[in-house]
Design a protein around this ligand. Structure first.
Ligand code: 5AD
Ligand code: SF4
Length: 474
């Protein structure tokens, strides 16, 4: 049986799709060469903004004629939208066979089999009650059940890692924690991804060793708020700096990243671990969301802009040359022009390597949706979004220009898609470098001299000797 999976949303979903594919392959399924040829089409969905959900519903709509023409095929909706919209997905798209929340992924192969068996059973006339042809499996609603019960209903999912289902063999993500307990007022994640749960550090280490044996050179430790990682084992509590040290001890791993961080709880020992462990990239993704104290309060972020600026200073003092990136939301409920200008000032003075900027999208079930009105008109959100991007692009270009003439070390990722021999690689600080070279270099670390700087890309040349050691600039 052939399957095809489409992924929307964040790195967590990219990893879930990889793991779901590995689990299906281990259970005897195979990847389809295209969506049309698949027997099972899966959408791994995102609920962070309305737009991500609209995309899935319209893709499902477009698949309806295909399903009608091929009634033997199956369509599954996985991920955050499955947990959020539950059985209403069947009402909006009656040709969907399976709705499976992110805390239930381990059941995917079994459920697909169950649905196929149920179909066979309906073909046989019998007195037995018929098994269901559509299945909904989601975790408990966080607002309606006890903490322990809810936690247990968001099951951990860590099947074997198969390099053939990853984009490449030399890079991989490793989940260190599930869920989120921060409850920022605008955010749906805590309700769809469930309570924060840190994985056992021994399991994480084992997984990194397996990945290294499979040829992986760069790992990214992922979680919604990785700096909240905490695992108690006997007398000892393991935290993110301990994990970084463990990961750095794995032979074969050359580069380690960790995303995403919450601005509070960026402890000095974490910054020092980044400074002291050469394999750990001096790269910090610490979303600020807003530069206005009153907006941050309405967002329930629990820090003030001054504290965020202090953090930037502390990172830069401890880890000189570190790249810092951020996320911002514009047009949050009641955001005045003055509040927006404070965010603009933060983007200008924060000197982020890059920022991801989003227009606020109201999410039903969140505190913001309950307490405030989504009152900023779309055209104002769009204008603020563009203004912020403009400021950020100027800063990104200025920071990229500092690399002119410098040597950087990159991991070569693949062809750029532009020009026959142009390849792309990434520095430890997540800067993309384009250069000319043979495809044999893909998966290799390489030193390049930077010859040109654009806001999102650097251009480099290999015209000098290759030095495998850690390079001077990140
Ligand atoms: N609307 C717009 N952006 C959002 N984000 C989270 N929730 C929303 C929302 N309701 C953004 C935040 C977060 C990033 C992953 O998505 O900036 O850091
Ligand atoms: Fe959402 Fe806030 Fe948790 Fe990030 S920290 S996932 S923005 S609730």
């Amino acid at each position: 049986m052939l399957f095809h999976i489409e992924t929307l949303g964040c790195q967590m979903n990219v990893l879930d799709s990889e793991l779901a594919s590995a689990a299906l392959i281990e259970a005897g399924f195979a990847l389809a060469p295209s969506r049309e040829e698949a027997d099972l089409v899966l959408f791994n969905t995102c609920s962070i903004r309305q737009h991500a959900e609209d995309k899935v519903y319209s893709a499902l709509g477009r698949l309806k004629p295909w399903k009608t023409a091929n009634p033997g095929k199956m369509i599954g909706v996985l991920g955050c939208m499955a947990q959020k919209d539950k059985e209403s997905i069947f009402r909006r798209a009656s040709h969907v066979d399976l709705v499976l929340g992110p805390g239930q992924l381990e059941r995917l192969p079994g459920l697909v089999r169950d649905i196929f068996e149920a179909r066979q059973a309906t073909k046989v006339l019998s007195e037995e009650p018929r098994p269901p042809l559509q299945r909904l499996e989601i975790s408990l609603d966080r607002a309606r059940s006890g903490h322990e019960e809810v936690r247990e209903s968001f099951r951990k999912f860590d099947p074997h890692r198969l390099p053939e289902v990853r984009e490449n063999r030399f890079q991989a993500m490793v989940r260190i924690m599930f869920g989120c307990d921060k409850f920022c007022s605008y955010c749906i994640v805590p309700s769809v991804r469930g309570p924060e749960q840190s994985r056992d550090p021994r399991e994480i280490e084992q997984e990194i060793r397996v990945l290294a044996d499979q040829g992986c050179r760069e790992i990214t430790l992922i979680g919604q708020t990785v700096n909240s990682y905490r695992y108690k084992s006997g007398e000892r509590t393991f935290r993110l700096p301990d994990l970084l040290e463990t990961a750095a001890g794995v032979e074969g791993i050359r580069r380690i990243r960790f995303v995403t961080n919450y601005p509070k709880g960026m402890t000095n020992d974490l910054l020092q671990a980044v400074r002291d462990l050469p394999k750990v990239a001096p790269y910090f993704h610490v979303p600020a969301q807003s530069g206005s104290e009153s907006v941050l309060k309405r967002m329930r972020r629990h820090y003030r802009p001054e504290e965020y600026f202090e953090l930037l200073q502390r990172i830069r003092e401890t880890v000189p040359g570190a790249a810092i990136t951020s996320d911002f939301i514009v047009g949050f409920c009641g955001e005045t022009e003055e509040e927006f200008l404070q965010t603009k000032t933060m983007v200008r003075t924060g000197r982020f390597k890059n920022s991801f900027i989003f227009k606020y999208s109201e999410r039903p079930g969140t505190k913001a949706a309950e307490l405030y009105s989504d009152d900023i008109p779309e055209e104002i959100k769009r204008r603020r979004n563009n203004e912020l991007l403009e400021v950020q692009d100027e800063i990104s270009l200025e920071l990229n220009r500092e690399f002119l003439g410098k040597t950087v070390e990159i991991l070569v990722e693949g062809p750029s898609g532009k020009g026959e021999s142009q390849l792309l690689g990434r520095t430890a600080c997540d800067r993309i470098v384009a250069f000319d070279g043979p495809t044999e270099l893909i998966g290799e670390f390489l030193s390049l001299e930077i010859t040109a700087a654009l806001p999102f890309t650097l251009l480099g040349t290999t015209s000098f000797e290759y030095k495998p050691e850690r390079s001077v600039a990140h």
